[in-house]
Ligand binder design. Structure first.
Ligand code: HEM
Ligand code: HEM
Length: 228
């Protein structure tokens, strides 16, 4: 039997979405490493702390990455309004579309090696879509709120950080409670990233559609090497 290879390509992720993805991934990686070190500081070095300023630099990098993360987040919201329909996926979940939950269960079974045939999607598959909205959109926003509320304690009463985010601390309880939520948020995002990278590589190999190169070039290639 002759096997014919057919390929179809669809332009999915526009340049600002792709740029945001990689800048966001880098800033989150830096935030998680520096945040972990803020929570578990390095051993004290001999001499005056201010001469070394090690934790000071680590906190500076955390805050610099936090601003990049925040500007990226705002830019991504803007692009959801002006970009294509896939640019909006990050902010809306079609959970009332009939078939969404069925496809989600199919994806769960496919990831668990219980399905033989992958389904193909132009945008995100329903399972990835749900995780991205919950962990990155809602979770990322929560990290931003809690992070700036903690930061407001340092910029002080009357600063813009305090005016915009200071209300969160009395609402949650006290500053240590906000810090714990911020800390938990990091571990939730770290677990997401581990699954996300595993699944991106796995799907690229197994689902007969491109994934990683799609987040680089914007084009999704659908490969079908089965005979008609
Ligand atoms: C901190 C690290 C990362 C975070 C927080 C992250 C987050 C995200 C988010 C939010 C999206 C949805 C983009 C949108 O709709 O605007 C996405 C898509 C994607 N990410 Fe990541 N990502 C990270 C790292 C990576 C890495 C290292 C890879 C490659 C191995 C990767 C591969 C992909 C792919 C292939 C997609 C598109 C999936 C599809 O085509 O449906 N990501 N990621
Ligand atoms: C995904 C994003 C982020 C991650 C993973 C993250 C992670 C962390 C972690 C683990 C800590 C240590 C908490 C502890 O002491 O137990 C921390 C502290 C902190 N983070 Fe973040 N963070 C993120 C975003 C932000 C943002 C957007 C801001 C806004 C300015 C921010 C500001 C702070 C501040 C002010 C502290 C406390 C520093 C201190 O007490 O010295 N973070 N972060």
């Amino acid at each position: 039997m002759q096997t014919e290879m057919k390929q179809t390509a669809v332009y999915v992720y526009e340049a600002p979405v792709r740029l945001w993805h990689w800048v966001n991934a880098l800033s989150i990686t830096i935030l998680a490493i520096t945040g972990y070190l803020i929570a578990n500081p390095l051993p004290t070095m001999s001499g005056e702390a201010s001469d070394h300023y090690v934790m000071g630099y680590i906190r500076f990098v955390h805050f610099a990455a936090a601003y990049i993360f925040t500007v990226g987040f705002l830019g991504r919201i803007y692009w959801a309004f002006v970009g294509n329909e896939h640019a909006r996926e990050l902010f809306k979940l079609p959970c009332f579309r009939c078939g969404f939950w069925k496809e989600l269960v199919h994806e769960l079974r496919w990831y668990a090696f219980l399905e033989k045939e992958p389904k193909k999607y132009i945008g995100h598959n329903p399972l990835a879509h749900m995780f991205i909205v919950v962990i990155i959109t809602i979770g990322g926003f929560a990290m931003l709120l809690t992070g700036f509320a903690l930061y407001a304690e340092q910029t002080g009463i009357g600063s813009w950080q305090d005016s915009l985010f200071g209300w969160l601390i009395p609402l949650v309880g006290q500053s240590q409670d906000v810090r714990i939520w911020h800390h938990w948020g990091m571990w939730i995002i770290v677990v997401f990233v581990m699954m996300h990278v595993y699944v991106a590589i796995r799907e690229d190999i197994m689902s007969r559609q491109s994934l990683i190169s799609t987040m680089i070039s914007g084009w999704r290639m659908f490969k079908d090497d089965r005979p008609d």
